[in-house]
Design a protein around this ligand. Structure first.
Ligand code: SF4
Length: 212
């Protein structure tokens, strides 16, 4: 796609989803970091139902560094993979206390050095907590849609992100993940995508090749 086509693509998406934004609830960068860790293999809706109760009791990195592991496992149980997530949240919180003065760092390098934090989580935190659009968070929606549209044939999220970063100018980076998530929920669902009504038909490789 040339630059004009990319521009048209983004205009179409933005006019379809003018209110697209991060759907995780949070009030601080640390709450967002915890919410994104919990959102792995879980819906944002479920995370949003789970975190208010937790954050009303425990809210700081120090609280989570000192929490009893089995209590944390119980609290986050509804989000799945609770043992691994609890271990990572506790270890991550301890590092924030010891190395970052209980603050969430705002660089990709520092964020991905934390337990349980990969590029996807780091991209979400950088963008939504600090307004820094360094890369593109590749979650299940962004990966599926990038593959179907023909933007990337990769399955590894970091490779998909690399492909998208070659296609999209920097000015669009802050919007892509949110727009793809909304499109993945509304039209380009994992099963039975609504291609017949999809506003992205003219941009979509799968549609043109009648893969669906
Ligand atoms: S045309 Fe179908 S496959 Fe292509 S983006 Fe739309 S819903 Fe997804």
């Amino acid at each position: 796609m040339n630059d004009n086509k990319i521009h048209d693509f983004m205009i179409t998406l933005k006019s379809t989803y003018p209110d697209a934004k991060c759907s995780l609830d949070f009030t601080t960068p640390f709450e967002l970091l915890i919410a994104v860790i919990l959102s792995a293999q879980c819906t944002d809706e479920r995370v949003n139902k789970t975190t208010p109760n937790i954050f009303s009791i425990y809210s700081s990195p120090k609280d989570f560094a000192n929490i009893d592991l089995s209590e944390l496992e119980d609290l986050i149980h509804p989000c799945g993979f609770y043992r691994n997530k609890a271990k990572n949240i506790k270890a991550c919180s301890r590092i924030l206390v010891e190395k970052y003065n209980s603050e969430v760092p705002n660089t990709m390098e520092d964020l991905i050095s934390l337990p349980g934090v990969g590029r996807k989580t780091a991209n979400v935190v950088l963008l939504n907590a600090f307004g820094i659009a360094e890369g593109i968070a590749i979650d299940t929606h962004a990966k599926r849609i990038s593959n179907r549209l023909g933007f990337s044939s990769e399955s590894d999220p970091e490779k998909v992100e690399r492909d998208l970063l070659k296609i999209f100018p920097k000015e669009y980076l802050k919007d892509i993940n949110h727009l793809f998530v909304y499109h993945g929920r509304n039209f380009c669902t994992a099963r039975n995508p609504k291609c017949a009504e999809c506003p992205l038909q003219e941009f979509c490789k799968s549609f043109k090749e009648k893969t669906f």
